[in-house]
Design a protein around this ligand. Structure first.
Ligand SMILES: Cc1cc2nc3c(=O)[nH]c(=O)nc-3n(C[C@H](O)[C@H](O)[C@H](O)COP(=O)(O)OP(=O)(O)OC[C@H]3O[C@@H](n4cnc5c(N)ncnc54)[C@H](O)[C@@H]3O)c2cc1C
Length: 427
């Protein structure tokens, strides 16, 4: 695959979401030296969800974003609200025990409840729709759904023909449906949450990149034109934080995913594609994910790579993938195309912890998920700041491993790993 440098500017990516944002955020740049109870670095879901939780608990919060609120993965993603994580919590039983596994599993449900309650409480208009299908291409996918359905009453198994009443494609051999997961316009949720935090007193700054940090009991963060000291600093820059904190840089691999947005589909086209307005993922490692926007565009995503670069012909590659699933969309117009970076952790679990035993906390590495889990981690971080570290400590025990290969070789290692998984996907 040919790659090119990412064309990010400090404005939003040219996404359908930026074009349909409820409003343009216009928070000031940080100038001068100020203080707060808690300073949050990064205005994606991790940052804004943490800000809301802290403001609700009465803390004085400053949120600093290098670009615009929702500029990173949170304002560019597939918008799919999916509970759980990239990894099964049971895989961590040796480090967190059976009680810890139960706690983490429950959080995989609570994260969706938080989004639902928050949208209602703060009246955030973000096109919330419930309904999700996972679709299988192989018998082993179907077996995994059947095994899961034994313990999970929310799952309704679908055979090939039943699935077509939701997703009208010949490609899949079956799948499952659940009504407790769904989709949203993510940028509108993110800016809506920022506004909720602001209404409770949070001070928000945009176009203000943190360039250095001093650690300790009273940590301090610096931009080129100001600084903020806090009792706590919470780092939420995830895959976009670069090497600001080398400890985190070594534990988060940025992966690129792309989305195309079609013109609005006609009723006839919808009958031949997404018959029900559900979010859809397939079960491969290099998966396709898609859904309809509020104005009935197909937003079709996929193409994970670990180069940190954009594919040179993203529209062509994504169109071919979309047409493989829905051949009837062969002549549909593509109105939008964009990409974003997600943070991958070695164990595919969100990493929550503390740097150098200081009051600098962090969250990163949701590994392809994040719309829902970021809302859970926001709550866990706020609990930790307010002295209840029970859930924080459990998450912190799930080893945060460094990527093998160091700075130079971890991307090629991962690219090789991805080729291996793609080969397995094809079997
Ligand atoms: C294309 C794509 C599709 C996806 N689809 C889905 C999906 O459908 N469902 C799902 O659950 N997950 C999905 N994800 C993953 C999900 O979007 C992320 O896990 C989640 O949004 C991460 O949120 P975050 O706040 O941690 O990071 P981000 O949203 O990336 O936010 C980090 C922010 O920190 C800022 N920042 C970085 N460094 C600094 C600094 N030094 N100073 C100040 N600010 C800084 C950045 O500018 C950025 O705005 C997708 C991701 C991508 C890229």
């Amino acid at each position: 695959m040919l790659l090119k440098s990412t064309s990010d500017t400090n404005e939003h990516a040219p996404s359908y979401y930026a074009a349909s944002a409820n409003w343009q955020t216009d928070y000031p740049k940080l100038e001068g030296d100020i203080s707060a109870d808690v300073v949050i670095v990064g205005g994606g879901f991790s940052g804004v969800a943490t800000a809301v939780e802290l403001c609700e608990r009465g803390y004085k919060v400053v949120l600093i974003e290098a670009n615009q609120i929702g500029w990173g993965a949170s304002g560019r993603n597939g918008g799919q609200i999916i509970g759980g994580y990239g990894s099964n919590p049971a895989a961590f039983a040796s480090s967190i025990g059976t009680e810890g596994v139960k706690v983490v599993e429950n959080m995989g449900v609570e994260c969706v409840d938080i989004i639902k309650a928050r949208i209602e409480k703060y009246k955030i208009n973000c096109d919330l729709k419930w309904g999700y299908c996972e679709v299988g291409l192989k018998n082993r996918h179907m077996k995994a759904y059947r095994d899961w359905a034994d313990d999970e009453p929310a799952i309704k198994l679908l055979g090939r023909d039943e699935l077509k009443q939701y997703v009208n494609s010949e490609l899949y051999i079956g799948g499952y449906y659940r009504e407790d997961w769904g989709h949203i316009q993510p940028l509108n949720l993110c800016i809506g949450e920022a506004r909720a935090a602001e209404s409770m007193g949070a001070k928000i700054f945009e176009q203000s990149r943190i360039t250095s940090i001093t650690y300790g009991d009273q940590p301090k963060v610096y931009t080129e034109s100001g600084s903020v000291q806090g009792d706590h600093v919470i780092l939420c820059g995830n895959a976009y934080m670069g090497d600001l904190v080398p400890y985190l840089d070594a534990r988060v691999l940025p992966a690129t995913s792309c989305i195309i947005g079609t013109e609005p589909l006609t009723e006839e086209q919808i009958d031949q594609t997404l018959v029900q307005d559900v979010a859809v993922c397939d079960s491969r490692t290099a998966l396709d994910y898609y859904r309809l926007s509020a104005d009935k565009r197909l937003l079709f995503g996929g193409l994970a790579n670990y180069s940190g670069l954009d594919p040179a012909n993203a529209i062509g590659i994504m169109r071919a993938k979309m047409e493989k699933v829905f051949p009837s969309l062969r002549n549909v117009r593509i109105d939008y195309s964009w990409s974003g970076r997600m943070g991958i952790s070695v164990r595919r679990m969100p990493q929550i912890g503390r740097i150098k035993n200081s009051n600098v906390l962090y969250i990163s590495g949701y590994s392809g998920h994040g719309v829902a889990p970021t809302h859970m981690t926001g709550r866990i971080l706020a609990e930790a700041v307010s002295g209840n570290t029970y859930r924080f400590d459990i998450m912190n025990k799930m080893f945060h491993m460094t990527w093998p290969g160091g700075k130079l070789f971890r991307r090629p290692f991962m690219a090789l790993g991805m080729m291996w998984y793609k080969a397995l996907d094809a079997i």
